[in-house]
Design a protein around this ligand. Structure first.
Ligand SMILES: [Mn+2]
Length: 282
C-alpha cells in the first residue's frame, strides 16, 4: 500500500488521469490524499469530481477556497462567475452526491498511520495540530448542519478576523478557520494574516514585513509524533517550501504549470505537465 498526495486539481481532469496512470495508482491497495480546490477555473470539473467519487473509498480530500466558493454558490450565498466554470457542476444530475461528499470533507485531515497532516492553504502558526484538529472538527459539525452551514456560507466572504482570538466564537471563529485553512499565504510577525498578495514572491513580501505562514510554525507534531504537513493553494511557491516536514504541492496546473504528486512512502515526487488552460495570474 502506498499513500500518494496530489496538489490542487482545479478540474484538470486529463492531467489527473495521466498522473494516476504514471504512479500506477491501485485503488484496491493505495490511498490518495488531495489538497483541495478540486474544481474552479479549470476545464473539466465534473469529470474530475466523478473520478474522485468513484475512488472515494481510498480518497481523502480537504476543502479549499474554491470548493467553499462552490458550496456558497450552491447555497445561494454567492453567484457563479463564468471564469470559475462551475455551471456544469451546478447542473449535474448527481449534484446531491457531490454536495454530500463535500460536506464530509474536513479542513484538516490527519492520517495517524502515515503521520501525515493534509490541508489546503496551511495550519495557522499559533495552532498546534491538536488545536487545529479541534477547530477543523468544530467547522465540520457546522457544515453537516444545514441551518448553521447556510449561515456560515452566507457570512464567509470577509477578510476578518485577521488573527485568532480564543474568545471569538461562532461565525468569527469559523470564518477565521475557513480563511486560515483555505486562503492563508502570508502573515506578519504578530501572526496577522494578509489577505492580498496572492501571487507575490516571498522576497517581495519580506520587503513589506510579510512572511510565509510556515516560517512561524513549529515542527508539526500530534500526540508526540512528528507529522509531515502537506498543503497546496500557493501556486507561486511552485512547491518550494524550505521547512522540514512540510510539503507544498500546488504547482499551478490550471495556470499552465504542472500537477504534482508526492508519495509519502518513498518521498518521491512526480509531475505531469499542464495541457495549458489559463494565462498565469497577473
Ligand atoms: Mn486555493
Amino acid at each position: 500500500m502506498s499513500t500518494y498526495c496530489i496538489g490542487d486539481l482545479h478540474g484538470c481532469y486529463d492531467e489527473f488521469i495521466k498522473l494516476l496512470d504514471l504512479i500506477k495508482f491501485d485503488e484496491k491497495k493505495d490511498q490518495l490524499l488531495l489538497t483541495g480546490d478540486l474544481l474552479g477555473r479549470g476545464p473539466k470539473p465534473i469529470e474530475t469530481l466523478n473520478t474522485i467519487l468513484e475512488l472515494k473509498n481510498c480518497v481523502h480530500a480537504v476543502l479549499g477556497n474554491h470548493d467553499l466558493n462552490f458550496l456558497a454558490i450552491c447555497d445561494g450565498a454567492s453567484k457563479s462567475k463564468p471564469r470559475d466554470n462551475l455551471e456544469v457542476v451546478l447542473k449535474a444530475p448527481n449534484l446531491g452526491e457531490i454536495l454530500d461528499f463535500y460536506y464530509a470533507c474536513p479542513l484538516l485531515y490527519l492520517d495517524d498511520d502515515s503521520h501525515l497532516a493534509l490541508c489546503h492553504a496551511g495550519v495557522y502558526p499559533a495552532w498546534d495540530l491538536g488545536q487545529a484538529m479541534k477547530i477543523s472538527k468544530e467547522v465540520s459539525k457546522v457544515l453537516k448542519d444545514p441551518l448553521r452551514r447556510s449561515i456560515l456560507l452566507h457570512n464567509m466572504y470577509k477578510d476578518n478576523p485577521v488573527c485568532y482570538q480564543e474568545q471569538d466564537q461562532g461565525l468569527k471563529r469559523w470564518r477565521f478557520a475557513f480563511n486560515a485553512f483555505t486562503r492563508m499565504r502570508l502573515c506578519d510577525k504578530h501572526l496577522n494574516l494578509d489577505y492580498g498578495h496572492s501571487s507575490t514572491t516571498v522576497d517581495n513580501a519580506a520587503k513589506e514585513n510579510l512572511f510565509p505562514w510556515f516560517d512561524f510554525c513549529n515542527e508539526p507534531r500530534y500526540k508526540k509524533k512528528v507529522y509531515t504537513l502537506v498543503f497546496g493553494h500557493w501556486a507561486a511557491l511552485n512547491a518550494k517550501c524550505s521547512r522540514q516536514n512540510m510539503i507544498a504541492l500546488d504547482t499551478g496546473c490550471v495556470w499552465g504549470g504542472s500537477l504534482t504528486c508526492w508519495c509519502a512512502d518513498n518521498n518521491k515526487t512526480c509531475r505531469v505537465k499542464s495541457l495549458g488552460h489559463l494565462k498565469p495570474k497577473a
